[in-house]
Design a protein around this ligand. Structure first.
Ligand SMILES: Nc1nc2c(c(=O)[nH]1)N[C@H]1C(S)=C(S)[C@@H](COP(=O)(O)O)O[C@H]1N2
Ligand SMILES: [Mo]
Length: 492
């Protein structure tokens, strides 16, 4: 029993040491070469077609911590077994360690954009663990089967693991701020809408801090603006490479645009409006001269994620931008610093590539981007949506005059009307906030004379083409949810 316990502890100590050393080394080779992050990233990407249910649930959610915790638990169990086995059969122990190393190695070097140096954290981590195991497993125990375990060695392994891992994490955190850059003024500034200023109602412009975040990145890519390059290539007459400064030197426009995630559920919060500063995509595309038939622009990020946008949409005159600024600031790291794409009217997964490094003119027949490979639709215009922000579900407003308010969106078609009804009765027209383009959401408000009791409020919007938001509830997969948002309240 004791041999087993100390063996288990030895295994965990060695595994922790491997991770700690790897974390420290990954400071030099980049955070995505850390085996924990690399394996987690590989798991995210390897979600197979048949596991679409899983993809639907993960898509759009930030279960990154859960994933890392899951990987960590698996490692813990593996290292316990490894330690217990190693005490009796050291060779098997070393073999297990090698297997564990191979897994990390395979993940680290096959991550998009990984060079040979990505192997170093795992290699050095496993080497350190191997040496520690060797020192810990001493001569055969004088009594009984198995080897004696050097308890001091185990303690030392844990100590070294804590030191290296701790140093790695602290140092990694130290330089996670956005590099200092000064953005030029736009040649064409954004006009803004007046905020209705109702408590609990989403503000017309969403602050960078409150803006939703959706991506597959386990660690936020950190690109250096000084060495940044954007390549425009593929089926073009003239391939181009632009630096960050090249982009800033162009005439920049600023536009308020509402971005929405296809994973947003009815009533969900995966939408936000920001003031984006950027270079019109169409100008760059025209200079690159797309070949006839190049109907898809594949945008690629530094971490290998891809989106596919119809070339025709990017050239139809809408404000599709390569954005460098968000609400007067350089893009925050989580929102794509230094450059991302923003296309009014299309869900983020087919248009809004963050940490953008490449635009490749291709065709829909030739290439399926990241989420399309996982079963999501190739074409994904944003569906008309409306949401009740206040009163909150299950709240207890006082009877009498109650302010019902929310937002509605139908990007690039525009919202023309929002209606509210109570308990399935007649529809009442809400008052809409004024907006300057069809590319943003609209705030809306309706004053309700509430009678005491339990009531159901429902909302629906009509877009500028006259199409009424469909009532039928459908889930986000494969091209966006539909259905009316409803809220149940009890007026007192
Ligand atoms: N590089 C990269 N860009 C990405 C994604 C991603 O996973 N990786 N996710 C997309 C999705 S699905 C959405 S909805 C938007 C969200 O942008 P935000 O996080 O700035 O709100 O980014 C898009 N751009
Ligand atoms: Mo999304």
């Amino acid at each position: 029993m004791r041999v087993k316990l100390t063996g288990a502890l030895a295994g965990v100590g060695c595994a922790a040491l491997a991770l700690g050393v790897a974390e420290l080394v990954s400071l030099l080779t980049g955070p995505r070469s850390s085996p924990l992050v690399a394996v987690g990233g590989a798991v995210v990407d390897a979600t197979p077609e048949w596991a679409k249910e899983f993809a639907i649930r993960t898509f759009g959610q930030n279960d990154k911590l859960a994933l890392l915790a899951g990987t960590g638990t698996f490692l813990l169990l593996f290292s316990v077994v490894l330690g217990v086995v190693a005490v009796r059969r050291p060779r098997l122990g070393y073999a297990g360690l090698a297997l564990f190393g191979l897994l990390g190695l395979a993940a680290a070097v096959t991550r998009p954009g990984a060079g040979p140096a990505a192997a170093l954290p795992t290699l050095l981590g496993v080497a350190a663990a191997g040496i520690a195991l060797r020192l810990i497993l001493r001569a055969p125990a004088p009594t009984g089967p198995g080897r004696d375990v050097d308890r001091r060695g185990v303690l030392l392994a844990f100590g070294a693991a804590a030191l290296t891992g701790g140093a790695g994490f602290t140092l990694a955190r130290r330089d996670s701020a956005v590099p200092k850059v000064t953005l030029p003024k736009p040649v064409s500034p954004a006009a803004t809408a007046t905020d209705l200023g109702i408590p609990e109602l989403s503000t017309f412009v969403t602050s960078n801090r409150d803006f939703y975040r959706v991506d597959t990145a386990l660690v936020v890519p950190r690109l250096n603006p000084d060495t940044y390059r954007l390549r425009i290539k593929g089926r073009v007459g003239k391939a181009m490479t632009l630096s960050y400064q090249d982009l800033l030197d162009r005439p920049l426009v600023e536009r308020e645009i509402t971005l929405t995630c296809v994973s947003n559920e009815v009533g969900g919060e995966l939408a936000g409006t920001a003031r984006w500063l950027g270079v019109p995509v169409a100008e760059l595309l025209r200079e690159a001269a797309p070949q006839p038939g190049a109907d898809q622009v594949v945008s690629r990020s530094s971490d290998g994620w891809t989106a596919g946008t119809p070339t025709s949409v990017l050239l139809d005159g809408r404000d599709a931008l390569l954005a460098v600024g968000m609400n007067g600031q350089p893009l925050p790291l989580e929102h794509g610093f230094p450059v991302r794409m923003i296309v009014p009217g299309l869900y983020g997964y087919v248009s809004a590539t963050k940490w953008l490094t490449e635009l490749e003119l291709s065709t829909f027949a030739d290439f399926d981007p990241y989420w399309v490979r996982r079963g999501w639709a190739k074409q994904a215009p944003i569906k008309t949506f409306s949401r009740i922000d206040t009163p909150r579900p299950l709240s207890r407003p006082k009877s009498g005059m109650v302010t019902v308010a929310g937002v509605a969106w139908a990007q690039h078609r525009g919202v023309d009307r929002v209606e509210v009804r109570v308990d399935g009765g007649a529809w009442h027209e809400a008052t809409l906030g004024a907006v300057v383009s069809t590319d943003t959401w609209r705030q809306w408000v309706w004053r309700w004379e509430a009678t005491p009791g339990r009531h159901t409020l429902e909302v629906r919007a009509t877009d500028h083409t006259g199409a009424v938001q469909p009532e039928e509830r459908r889930p986000p997969f494969p091209d966006g949810a539909t259905g009316w948002h409803s809220v149940v309240v009890t007026a007192g």
